[in-house]
Design a protein around this ligand. Structure first.
Ligand SMILES: [Zn+2]
Length: 191
């Protein structure tokens, strides 16, 4: 699969402009808002294959330019370690209260004549929203494996990990591909 595609927002993402790859300056870009990957476009034919972001999304385009700049500025890359425990996908963590039922697992409503209640469809009656947050310890830091797994098996994977600040935010830069032509970053590491 084209690696850029793995990074685009899901089809049900409200930010429809992120659901496909797009062009920023001379780069093709895929992002879901948490991670971003880009590669330089080769020629004009390729240039025309990608649309720019809608004009009113200038702020996002500026942010993407900034992140591309930060990634291109990375000078030191290291091999990605392969000897870590890959979490099993059953280990998804439930941590968010369902907005629809407020964690009550049921929803109630009334008409003039009747009261009703039903299992909440927002969370299938669980009361919480399943979050795809599977931590994996890599180089002594915890990463959201769901994000890391998008590039973890790519050829020539190299990374640069920014030290986490006190507020637990950090960034993981990566590059991969035959010539290291794909580059990108995971934006908010919050585990
Ligand atoms: Zn619910």
């Amino acid at each position: 699969m084209e690696p850029l595609i793995k990074f685009v927002a899901k089809d049900d993402d409200p930010r429809d402009y992120l659901r496909e790859t797009f062009r920023v300056d001379q780069y093709a870009v895929g992002t879901d808002g948490s991670s971003l990957v880009f590669r330089e476009l080769r020629d004009e034919d390729e240039w025309s294959e990608f649309n720019p972001l809608p004009e009113h999304k200038n702020g996002i385009e500026q942010a993407i330019r900034r992140f591309i700049g930060h990634t291109l500025a990375v000078k030191e890359w290291r091999e990605f370690p392969t000897d870590f425990d890959r979490p099993h996908k059953d280990k998804l963590i439930e941590r968010e209260t369902c907005d629809e039922c407020n964690g009550d697992r049921i929803v109630e409503w009334s008409t003039c004549q009747n009261d009703y209640e039903a299992d909440c469809k927002g969370c299938d009656g669980r009361g919480s929203t399943r979050v795809d947050l599977v931590p994996a310890e890599i180089l002594g830091k915890n990463f959201n494996f769901k994000l890391v797994s998008r590039f973890i098996d790519e050829k020539n994977l190299r990374i640069n990990m920014e030290e986490l600040a006190d507020n637990d935010y950090g960034r993981l830069f990566f590059q991969f591909g035959e010539f290291g032509e794909y580059k990108g970053l995971i934006l908010g590491l919050r585990l």
